[in-house]
Design a protein around this ligand. Sequence first.
Ligand SMILES: [Mn+2]
Length: 521
Amino acid sequence: MKKLTKRDVFNILNDRFKEGFVKLSQIPKPESLKDMQKASKRIVEAMRKGEKIAVVGDYDVDGVVSTALMKEFFASIDYPVSITIPNRFSDGYGLNPTVLDRLDADLIVTVDNGISAHEAAQLCKERGVDLIITDHHTPGETLPEAYAIVNPKQRSCSFAYEEICGAQVAWFLIGQLKHDLGVTLDMKRFLDLLAIAIIADVMPLRHINRSLVQAGLQMFERSERPSIAFLRGALKKQHFKSDDLAFGVAPLLNSAGRMADASIALDFLHAKNHFEASVYYARLLALNTQRKAEERRVFEESLRFVDDAPAIVSVGEDWNEGVVGIVASRLADRFARPAVVLTRSEKGYYKGSGRSVGDVDLYGLLDQSKEHLLGFGGHKKAAGLSVEKDRLGLFKETFAQAAMKVPKEHFIDEKGVLGELDFTQVDWELIDIIDRFAPYGESNPMPKFAALNVEVLEHRRVGEHQDHLLLTLRQHGRLFKAIQFRSEATIEKDHIDILYYPVKNHFNNSTSIQLYINKIL
Ligand SMILES: [Mn+2]
């Protein structure tokens, strides 16, 4: 491993942004998305005629934020619209015939879903309802028959940035509507919410996504939106980082759709005052606690299915569909193998989610096992799938065989490890260099370093369940406090090798540098 200096760290990070940082002012105009003008004109026409408009969202964080933006926009111009977020348990996903039958509308606008709503699109057509689909999911071979489709991933769209989330597409639609209606509206007012969606939907934190998240994180510090102000207090944070949204805020909002109904998350985001925010927050917190308990149960039961095979397939009878994805990613992390977690559906077959590890192409593995699958979809890192009961064994076998063919080095997750960095290089200048390229997350991983032969002066367990490890470490005469969260390590030697990154630690009005340990090698 290469031995680095601070200067090397700067150069490596700087290289990630060869094109430079994109500024908010450089974000393309909404009209550069295909069908955007057509969609906006139709909505404006509907408003002039007083037609009934229905917005249909989705139950994950991106879908909830997309819906929240639309709701907020129409409220700001005082035009009544009906807002629907399908319930994953009773309605299923996205705009489908069940949901459609509940709507009374002349015009339907989907956000963060719809690109595969062929059946619903057909029904809309038969019923004389115009359908505008706004989505960011990868389109299939054919597109649904809709009045307009706004999706940067459709082949005929030349928008410069394909990797944007559903809420961003909705945000662009609002920008176009604002223009076409000639209303004054600060598009920045939505950026606190937008940042949550970009991070929760694991969008690459590059190009326009970077500047939007950066601006959104800054808004978190001063936003007067009651929900965000409440989060500052509840999470005891003044400064928010991308990880705070990824691991603090997003799971909380997601728990609503996972365990009950996503509308609770929507209500929280739009709480009118501190009291209302506290009421919805309490409900989210309870659902999140329930989600964590269910996640722990499913994870523990899943462990029984882990054997020597290079891929994991865990199958349950009564696992909550809402947590199988998280459990799959925990299994993949823990065992450094792709993992699939399935649970029995009401219809008798098994369905669930898979997550990959390192550089292993999960979609490719599933594609090689597709003769035993009812259906599957997704991408390299995450996928959804369904299997008939009597094919479970065969699927597991073929899936493992496909994984067997993948070279070993693809299983290693070295994302973000830049090289060896001695403690002598760790100072405020290094922290400044690292801060300059934040926010970190997808496609801009937090830079991690190796430090070898580090002396352990002190170590003890801390936290409510004693699950964190607190250490005092010394190398080349430099001493740091270090922490490993959810540590499974036991310290038996007086010198260790670690993967780590330095962070600013605020404690009792003083600021110091602390090391976060990713791994004790
Ligand atoms: Mn989405």
